[in-house]
Design a binder for this molecule. Structure first.
Ligand code: SF4
Length: 237
């Protein structure tokens, strides 16, 4: 996957873990069926294989306190943490990007190049990893000339989660209501369409229950509180 390094430094989630953020072009000929064709951004531990980082809990620097990281494991048969609930397969995009980075395939982007990489296209902030791990100015440059973006953060408990440009991922209705009081827009996984809170949430149009009538590339509803729209919920599968 051709791409460029847009950040190489310490994680803002713990102020110590060396991390990288790499912007890569999605697969145009076979785009992700839910997101469509978007610029993808991978936030990875710089020196630890992402599978091992997750298995050992050393992924705090890229995922913070997201509950979907799972429970650290020492089981030699396991590749990742126990009960990991994250929908991103680490052995696919994240591992490919990590290996390519260590083969020296990605040049470092200048600020001007970061602007150009994101221009005239939709951008996905944190295809893997939490956008809040990366300095805000990187995202501001990347989306400054984009045609829109999506992003999700679980990090409001430990730092600024960039809620103006990212959805606040919540685990339940109580968390959602608290976030709405703070002016945030939320993204929530529900078990059935009946759980949608009318007037506050809409069903993700890319979901099966909504008839898969859009994709993130076109919808761009998940772009934080800077747009005045309802929050988003999606039924778990
Ligand atoms: S609501 Fe729109 S932007 Fe958000 S996940 Fe669904 S399709 Fe993507």
């Amino acid at each position: 996957m051709p791409g460029k390094i847009i950040y190489n430094g310490k994680s803002l989630l713990d102020n110590k873990t060396p991390i990288i953020a790499v912007a890569v072009n999605g697969n145009k000929s076979a785009p992700n069926s839910k997101t469509g064709d978007m610029l993808q951004t991978y936030i990875l531990t710089k020196d630890i294989d992402p599978r091992l980082a997750n298995k050992t809990g050393q992924d705090f620097g890229i995922c913070g306190n997201c509950p979907h990281r799972g429970i650290p494991s020492t089981d030699p048969k396991r590749a990742t943490a126990e009960n990991r609930g994250c929908y991103v397969r680490i052995d696919q995009g994240p591992l490919i990007v990590y290996k390519s980075f260590h083969k020296g395939k990605y040049p470092i982007a200048t600020d001007q190049e970061i602007i150009e990489i994101g221009s005239n296209r939709p951008v996905r902030l944190g295809t893997y990893g939490d956008p809040a791990a990366v300095p805000r100015n990187v995202w501001d440059l990347l989306i400054s000339k984009s045609t829109g973006h999506t992003g999700y953060s679980h990090q409001s408990k430990i730092k600024d989660s960039y809620s103006d440009i990212c959805m606040h991922s919540v685990e339940d209705k109580k968390e959602a209501i608290a976030a709405w009081k703070d002016g945030k827009r939320t993204f929530r996984i529900i078990q059935s369409v009946d759980e949608i809170i009318k007037g506050k949430e809409v069903l993700c149009p890319a979901s099966k229950e909504a008839g898969r009538k859009s994709v993130c590339e076109l919808c761009k509803l998940c772009s934080g509180s800077e747009i005045k729209k309802r929050s988003v919920a999606i039924v778990q599968h």
